[in-house]
Design a protein around this ligand. Structure first.
Ligand SMILES: [Zn+2]
Length: 479
């Protein structure tokens, strides 16, 4: 029997507000523990939370960008549980009336587009952080850092529409791209700005009802989304095939060992005793404000991709890669505006530039090269000052040193040899050294032309004008 996986993702995204969701404390990451706290976010009795308008705006923005319906009336609820990083004993969240519902995101896997439904997006506060350390004399102790307590989060819950680990990873990537386009979340998974829990179950192909699901927590990179799900799906199929039953539980992904492990039985919603938070009035949003937010939305990745295909004549695969990061898309358009041919610019970006950025694990936003740098190199190539091969060297040198293209060409003596006398000497030199190949060429093995060109280029250190090399070689070889 064949089995299929049914996956739903719950993504927690830190919103990029300067202050927390219910107080004025800073949200800056990495400060000294407990320096960004106040009576509200450490849960002192008698304080009153006040909603951060920016957080609400960001949640609405995200809802609009994912085709959700925005609720004109929503409410905050208390989710009750005890943990040392939650001094109030409850987390302020949204429950039966979230701010956004019924949206979707489109993903593309192996060329095929698929819509993944968004059940809801709700706002909530983050909890603090427990830090566990072992004492030098043995034993261990724990600290609580409440800087993170009250940082605004969006929880974006998908429908169980995802069928494979690949689709899950594509969904995460697309969601991250959208959040970054909107400027509502930095998408930094290492710092925990974007976290993901996955609900996974398996069922025989063709069966309608869902299998029992397990929740996998602690997934903090795209690679781990795929790995954790692959492991968990295999595990569940094995359990079912051996006649067992999957238990409804929470499992933790251990990236070091590559396994998911049972953490605790899964709580039901009623275990949290949700009830409307009496400290916060119901949230009423005016349609006029929603319309204003809608008109302020930037061009989103799907629209941009379509435009790159129609306006610049790029292949879909190029457009896909270029729009994945807003800064890369802007870099591309700037280079074209400065006179670059669109496909040439795209090739340089996806080839040499992305390679250099990847080697240094540098994001596109921190790219040291400006579009004008590339245009300078392309112009030198067009003028015939440098060859295509040398252009790559110059580009890399510019990337590493920040010097301009002409200076590099001058300093390193990379100017293309277009002096026919000098090229002819090299051509004759190569021909006299490879008489056997000349015989074969003359006997009809025309592919050898590539070999001769290569030898001349080697002799001239890649600086000979390739067109002239070709012409001179053909000339000499046929005489
Ligand atoms: Zn505070």
């Amino acid at each position: 029997m064949n089995y299929e996986a049914v996956i739903g993702l719950e993504v927690h995204a830190h919103m990029l507000t300067y202050t927390k969701i219910f107080c004025g404390c800073s949200t800056t990451f990495g400060s000294e523990p407990n320096t960004q706290t106040c009576p509200v976010c450490i849960g002192m009795p008698g304080v009153l939370p006040v909603l951060n308008r920016k957080a609400l705006e960001y949640a609405i923005k995200t809802g609009l960008a994912t085709d959700c319906t925005i609720s004109l009336f929503s409410r905050f609820a208390r989710k009750n549980y005890f943990y040392p990083d939650l001094p109030k004993g409850y987390q302020i969240s949204q429950y039966e009336l979230p701010i956004c519902e019924h949206g979707h995101i489109e993903i593309v896997v192996d060329g095929a587009a698929k819509k993944i439904g968004i059940t809801r997006i709700h706002m909530e506060e983050d909890a603090g952080k427990n830090i566990h350390e072992s004492a030098s004399g043995g034993g261990s102790y724990s600290f609580v850092d409440l800087n993170r307590a009250g940082v605004p989060l969006m929880e974006i819950v998908s429908e169980p529409d995802i069928r494979s680990p690949r689709e899950a990873a594509e969904y995460m990537k697309k969601l991250r791209t959208i959040l970054r386009y909107l400027g509502v979340c930095d998408g930094n998974m290492e710092q925990g700005s974007l976290r993901c829990d996955a609900n996974v179950s398996v069922r025989p192909v063709g069966q309608k009802e869902l299998g029992t699901r397990a929740e996998v927590k602690n997934i903090n990179s795209f690679r781990f989304v795929e790995k954790a799900l692959e492991y968990e799906i295999k595990r569940q199929i094995k359990v079912v095939k051996e006649g067992g039953r999957v238990i409804q539980e929470t499992r933790l992904w251990d990236s070091g060992r590559g396994v998911t492990e049972s953490m605790r039985g899964k709580e039901e919603a009623h275990d949290y005793r949700y009830f409307p938070d009496p400290d916060l009035v119901p949230l009423v949003v005016e349609q006029k404000w929603i319309d204003e937010i809608r008109s302020s939305l930037p061009e989103l990745p799907d629209t941009k991709r379509e435009r790159f295909v129609s306006e610049y004549g790029l292949p879909k695969s190029d457009a896909d890669l270029l729009v994945a990061e807003k800064s890369a898309a802007e870099w591309f358009e700037e280079a074209v505006r400065l006179g670059g041919q669109s496909k040439t610019v795209s090739n340089w970006m996806m080839g040499d530039l992305m390679r250099l950025l990847n080697e240094g694990t540098i994001s596109f936003e921190e790219c040291p090269l400006k579009p004008a740098h590339l245009i300078d190199v392309l112009k030198l190539m067009d003028k015939g000052t440098i060859s295509g091969k040398i252009a790559k060297t110059v580009f890399e040198e510019m990337y590493k040193t920040g010097k301009d293209a002409e200076a590099i060409v001058r300093e390193k003596g990379l100017i293309q040899i277009s002096d026919s006398g000098e090229i002819e000497r090299a051509v004759v030199d190569v021909i006299t050294k490879h008489l056997q190949e000349v015989e074969r060429f003359k006997a009809g093995d025309e592919k050898l032309i590539g070999f001769f060109v290569g030898q001349v280029m080697k002799l001239t250190k890649g600086k000979a004008n390739p067109q002239m090399v070709n012409e001179l070689l053909k000339n000499k070889l046929s005489s």
